[in-house]
Design a protein around this ligand. Structure first.
Ligand code: S3P
Length: 424
């Protein structure tokens, strides 16, 4: 797909459902009693992988145009799948579902695509094994495919070496079924959707600073879940509105949970013209509309506890930094190396091809902004966030920017190109 320079972006866009929240609603609804109704569910390939896995374990899930309806079977209602569970490209599916599967009274295997087979699973295998789980990497390389023999678990207090909501959630979900209390302590607080949503479903779960604690549950109750728009998807329009000249975009229905809103804080730090309007709470999550206008930006330093709150937005923040005057340093973000692609290397290589002054570091990147970008052929590495970031870069670069494997946006934002086109 080819992108060229444009003069302005104007109009409004309504953001599709949050990926993290959509996954969790399917999982929690499946192990609850009664019906769970999910509106504004994200119809991205990753969330469809989660639906598929639970259908294979006997859960009746209706994916209707107006809502997803889950007929939950309770905490002990999953049945052994006849086939291997296919998690596709989804790290969230793989890690969270493992926490549930570790406690079932059946065995199963799970696997996904080429990218998922390279992503580190030791980070969940270790704490789940400490809880008594029987889980192993079939190839012995600490990656999927995984083989899980469900068994009885006991609670632990786990000091996680990484701030990862996927690790935290896997352990907490296992903790739902374990004997005794389970706590996860993180170096920095990661997104807390599991804690917020499990509480609504009736779990005894609490948080203090960077520690989340869960007590075993005998039952969960199905809920109505209204999924807020995904700030990670809104991020592309936030940056586009700031860097394309003569632009003003209204971005509606954006989840602004404080464990996810780092990009807003960074944009303000860089001098971006951004307004947060109509703040409200929807199903326990903070939501707002956002207006962005073309801005003169200055470089900044991004590191420490803000990193987990914007980890998926770093690729598009790197594009923003290229358009800011001065130096931007992104540090403490080594986790980027183990996402759908190595997002440090892939961003740096592709931005260099476009003429940016950027260098990779061990835990991030350093960008000297203010240099014009020119078009290039961009290897997205089939990583949805890389493809969307460079689609936006293509709107301000001279010449043609070609995104290779552009259709990978189906993972988190199937209508991304259509929504972008509507603003031109
Ligand atoms: C997610 C957590 C983050 C994020 C991913 C979704 C989640 O991963 O990058 O896109 O839904 O819990 P980590 O928890 O591994 O940082």
């Amino acid at each position: 797909m080819i992108f060229t320079k444009i003069n302005s972006l104007k109009g409004k866009v309504s953001i599709p459902g949050d990926k993290s929240i959509s996954h969790r609603a399917i999982m929690f609804g499946s192990i609850s009693e009664g019906t769970t109704e999910i509106t504004n569910f994200l119809q991205g390939a990753d969330c469809l992988s989660t639906i598929d896995c639970f259908k294979k374990m006997g859960i009746d899930i209706e994916n209707r145009p107006d809502a997803v309806i889950i007929h939950g079977k309770g905490m002990r209602g999953l049945k052994a799948p006849d086939v291997m569970l296919d998690v596709g490209n989804s790290g969230t599916t793989t890690r969270l579902i493992s926490g549930i599967l570790a406690a079932q009274n059946f065995s199963c295997t799970l696997n996904g695509d080429e990218s998922i087979q390279k992503r580190p699973m030791r980070r969940i295998i270790k704490p789940l094994s400490m809880m008594g789980a029987d889980i192993k990497s079939i190839k012995g390389n600490d990656c999927a495919p995984l083989e899980i023999h469900g068994t009885n678990l006991h609670g632990i207090r786990y000091d996680s070496p990484v701030a990862s909501a996927q690790v935290k959630s896997a352990v907490l979900l296992a903790g739902l079924y374990a004997e005794g209390e389970t706590s996860v302590v993180e170096p920095y607080l990661s997104r807390n959707h599991t804690e917020l949503m499990l509480k609504c479903f009736g779990a005894d779960i609490s948080s203090k600073d960077t520690t989340a604690t869960i007590k075993p549950a005998s039952r969960l109750q199905g809920q109505k879940v209204i999924v807020p728009g995904d700030i990670s998807s809104a991020a592309y329009f936030i940056v586009a509105g700031l860097i394309v000249p003569d632009s003003e975009i209204l971005i509606e229905n954006v989840g602004i949970n404080p464990t996810r809103d780092g990009i807003i804080r960074v944009v303000k730090q860089m001098g971006g013209n951004i307004d947060i309007l109509n703040k409200r709470t929807v199903a326990g999550e903070a939501v707002a509309d956002i207006v962005v206008k073309s801005s003169n930006l200055t470089g900044t330093t991004i590191g420490g506890d803000i990193i987990p709150t914007l980890i998926d937005e770093i690729p598009i923040i790197a594009i923003l930094a290229c358009m800011a005057e001065g130096k931007t340093i992104i540090k403490d973000a080594a986790e980027l190396k183990v996402k759908e692609s190595n997002r440090i290397d892939v961003m740096v290589d592709n931005l260099k091809k476009m003429g940016a002054d950027i260098q990779a570091t061990d835990d991030g990147m350093i960008i000297n902004g203010g240099k014009a970008l020119h078009g290039a052929a961009i290897a997205s590495n089939a990583d949805h966030r890389i493809a969307m970031s460079f689609a936006i870069a293509g709107l301000i670069a001279d010449g043609e920017t070609e995104i290779i494997d552009a259709e990978c946006v189906r993972i988190s934002y199937p209508d991304f190109y259509k929504d972008l086109e509507s603003l031109v």
